[in-house]
Each structure stands twice: as C-alpha cells, then as structure tokens.
Design a protein around this ligand. Structure first.
Ligand code: ATP
Ligand code: SF4
Ligand code: MG
Length: 319
C-alpha cells in the first residue's frame, strides 16, 4: 500500500462551532492504482485531498492516521512535510491560472520546484529533467523561456501537470484538474494524465464532481456524501451495480447524451448543515428508503459483493 488513511476526521473551526467536513474516512491506495473521489460540491473531496499534503487552512483540525508507505505523516510538522511535498506526494490543482505564478518564466518555475528538493543540482541537469517532462505532456521545451501567462488555459494546465510530476512522485492528487477547461481540452488533459500515470507507475487520487470524468481512468471509485465515504468499489461496480442510494441517485443525474432525454435529473433536497450534522445517516433527509434507524444511527461500513457501502439497507445482507 502506498497510502492508508485510517479514521480520518477533519473539522474546520468557524464562528458558530465546527464544520464536520470529513468524518471517519478509511481508504487505502495501492501502487499504480488510480482512485477516483466523486461527490457533489461541499462533500469534502478537496479537504480530504489537501489533508494528505497538510495544506489545509489554519482553522482545520486533522485527527486520525495518514500512513504514507507505512509511516504516519499526520503528526508531521511543516519542515517534515516540505520534504515530502512535490517529491513523494504532489498535487495538481483545479485552476492553473491562480496556482502558477504568472510573472515567472516556466523554466524558473521548474528550477524552483527541483531545487527545493535538490539544492545542489546543476541547472542544465534541472532543465533536462524539465524538458523531458514538458515533452511528455505535449509542450515544446523551447517554450520554457516563456512566462506562464503566455500559455492558454489548457497549456497552462499541462505545465502544472509537468511541474507536479517532474520529481516523479509516488502519489499524485489531482483535484478537479480539468474543470476550468473546455470539453475538448478536458479530454486531452485526461489522456495526458492517463498516459503519464501508466508510464511513471504512479498512484493517483482523482477528485471530481463528475462521475463521467473518472470512468476511464479510475481503477476504484470512492463516493463521498457530506463528509462520509459512502461507497467504495471498482469503477465497474460503481457504474453497473451501485449500492448506496446516493450513488444510485448520482448516476441518474448524469445527463444521457445518447438519447433524446437530455433532461438533467437532480437529487431533491439539500446537503445537511455540517456544523450540526444529522445524528444518523447524513443522506437520510434525501433518501427514499430512510427509516427511523437511519435518522438515529450512523450506518457502519458493510461489505457486499466486494463493495464497501455505508448504508443500513445492507445490514441483513451481511448477516
Ligand atoms: P467542491 O466540489 O465545491 O470543490 P469539495 O467536495 O471539494 O467541494 P470541500 O471544499 O472539501 O468540498 O468542503 C467541505 C466542507 O468544508 C464544505 O461544507 C465547506 O463549506 C467546508 N469548508 C471548506 N473550507 C473551509 C474553511 N476554510 N473553513 C470552514 N469551512 C470550510
Ligand atoms: Fe438511505 Fe438509510 Fe441507507 Fe442512509 S442508511 S442511505 S437513509 S437507507
Ligand atoms: Mg473541491
């Protein structure tokens, strides 16, 4: 296992209490595996992703274990984390416009990243490494002399990907890497990620609110709802045999582009208030199968046909 997340809880302190953004999440990621994390806005995907690099805002509190290659990095301080970031675990952010310094030349962005971990590396060697990865993401290395603002959105995202991968990390967290791009560019970037992931034998957590996007890339998919990881299985089982009522609803909400019925079905109801989360299942107020018990007790994780599902409907199946 490259990563094992055990009983992870993340709370944000706010004026009127604590936001329970991630609760009791358990998730392991194998070498070379891609795990997709899906769920609607506010369900805790980015919070979970950022916690792995400890780049959460100051009002966040992390409890639980994050084992990277067997070592618990949850208690690491900033100095210890700096050694890991970029080199062992790296992140590709949603918006390359704001996460790449526009007034630096691309070659200097690379130099800065590489030197942070290898301060004594000769510059020509650093540029060789940069040129190689730029080529792999489909950018002519001569463009290293340009500033990142001279690149289009899609090209800038490629630069961002190259920067995250130049030190060959074992694990990459891609947080909505294509949402700010148009559909055609989105598909190209996904292709690039897929190719690189295979060539570099890395593990990846691919965060998106779009179940369609992860279909091709993810080996397994985790579905989050209001801070809970409600279902975890192979991509195939999530698509063809979704077990959790929320996953089922989410799949129905994907517009069907093959037939005339393009109406986007939505899930009625709202996300619960995470400062005062529901006592029981967090999906209960929107779930067509909710019972008294669902409202009162948080369901544990049940194993059903190789799928892990957090729902009382599967209690009997287990017995
Ligand atoms: P999106 O799809 O919109 O990116 P997400 O799944 O990434 O959503 P998060 O950004 O992780 O969701 O947010 C999870 C919850 O934590 C939300 O209720 C959000 O309002 C809350 N939250 C996020 N950041 C903070 C913060 N700094 N302080 C307080 N609450 C926060
Ligand atoms: Fe619905 Fe109950 Fe399952 Fe929650 S535990 S998803 S409310 S059936
Ligand atoms: Mg997010």
């Amino acid at each position: 296992m490259i990563l094992q997340i055990k009983n992870l809880n993340i709370n944000y302190e706010v004026r009127n209490g604590w936001v329970s953004a991630v609760q009791n999440v358990n998730l392991s990621i194998k070498e070379n595996e891609t795990v997709g994390l899906v769920g609607e806005s506010g369900c805790g995907k980015s919070t979970l992703g950022k916690s792995l690099l400890k780049i959460l805002p100051k009002n966040a509190r992390i409890d639980g274990e994050i084992l990277f290659k067997g070592e618990n990095i949850a208690p690491y301080n900033e100095r210890q984390m700096r050694k890991i970031r970029g080199k062992n675990i790296s992140m590709i952010f949603q918006d390359p416009m704001t996460s790449l310094n526009p007034i630096m030349k691309v070659k200097d962005l690379f130099l800065e990243t590489i030197k942070a971990h290898y301060p004594k590396i000769p510059e020509d060697e650093a540029f060789k490494m940069s040129a190689k990865i730029l080529e792999e993401v489909g950018i002519d290395p001569v463009r290293m002399n340009e500033y990142s603002f001279q690149f289009s959105g899609g090209m800038r995202q490629r630069v961002m990907i190259a920067l995250s991968l130049v030190l060959k990390p074992d694990l990459v967290i891609a947080d909505e890497p294509t949402t700010s791009l148009d559909v055609i560019v989105q598909a190209q970037i996904m292709e690039v990620l897929k190719k690189l992931k295979d060539e570099h034998n890395m593990s990846m957590i691919l965060i998106t609110h779009d179940l369609g996007v992860v279909a091709e890339l993810a080996d397994r998919i985790g579905v989050m709802y209001a801070g809970h990881l409600v279902e975890l299985s192979t991509a195939e089982k999530i698509y063809y045999e979704p077990k959790h009522p929320y996953t089922q609803a989410l799949l129905k909400s994907i517009p069907n582009t093959n037939i005339d019925d393009r109406e986007l079905r939505y899930i009625p109801g709202d996300l619960p208030n995470l400062v005062k989360p529901p006592k029981g299942c967090r999906f209960a107020n929107r779930c067509p199968y909710a019972t008294e018990k669902c409202h009162n007790e948080v369901p544990p994780d049940f194993e059903v046909d190789g799928t892990r599902v957090k729902c009382w409907l599967y209690e009997k199946v287990k017995a």
